[in-house]
Design a protein around this ligand. Sequence first.
Ligand code: NDP
Length: 291
Amino acid sequence: ISLPNFLIFIIMICESVCNNQNSKLAKKLIFQGSSNGIGRETAKIFVKEGAKVTITGRSQSALEETKKLCLEAGAKPDDILELIGDITCEVFNEQLIATTVEKFGRLDVLVNNAGGGTFKAMGTPILEMPLNDFDKMIDLNVKPVLRLSKLAAPHLEKTKGAIINVSSIAAHFRFNGMPFYAASKSALDQITVQLAGSLIKSGIRVNSVNPGPVLTNFVATCGATLEQQAKMYESMTANPAVPLGRIGMPADIGQVILFLADRSKSEILVGQIITADGGSMLQRPVFFKVD
Ligand code: NDP
């Protein structure tokens, strides 16, 4: 090997090492709704990749548990910023973005994961549900995404970063029992598409992951009784509701979020609604007859 070629080879190795370090160090993220479930598991997955993360939720004890799990996954104490607050509160949204940028110096990814629903007895007609429940769903599942995206956009523009929304397959079919939740997630999907079209001009990619059933506290926090929860989960594994044959786990969704956050792997995806449901949507009833 000639000396010039040898030098080029060494430079290439150095560049590759630096790039790897940069790609690891560059990931400064906000996971809202990470005191539990999908957000908690996703935070763990990202810290394993060397990311510095802001974790949020209303429950201090649950957030402490997420922090502990992130530390066990290899994070340094200084890599984690914990912020306790209600995501529906405008002041908290401002604090979330400002404090993260102040601590980590930049922002690469915003994961809008916090969300919830109000579980009513299956079969309650939509018109018998209090309209106030609809407002609550929009306040929780939609408005924070818009506010946080607006606050984060100037920082994400600098890093050519990403916004990843966590929606639901409920956005796309008649979700008996939680119609207002489903409607709020449909709205969220439209927000994803609108934001994506608008922010890609600034180099920011916006995408959504729409989980099917995932084993978390979600159904319980929505107010389903233990009996209802048992019936629901049993029906998901005992019949072909999930063709994959198992319910989703938080890490399944975390891996999709990781992929969407990694520009080197998913740059071509802009404004996509990615269904992550073990095939549940394939089981949708057909609404027309051909014979
Ligand atoms: P969990 O109930 O386990 O977690 C929800 C997270 O959101 C918690 O960290 C909770 O924190 C946070 N959160 C909820 N409300 C607020 C609020 N007002 N302010 C701040 N944080 C809040 O549910 P999942 O992990 O399952 O849900 C995560 C996302 O996934 C949601 O958007 C949900 O709609 C979506 N999803 C879930 C599915 C499932 O089957 N599990 C299916 C499809 C979509 P805290 O309680 O500490 O405030």
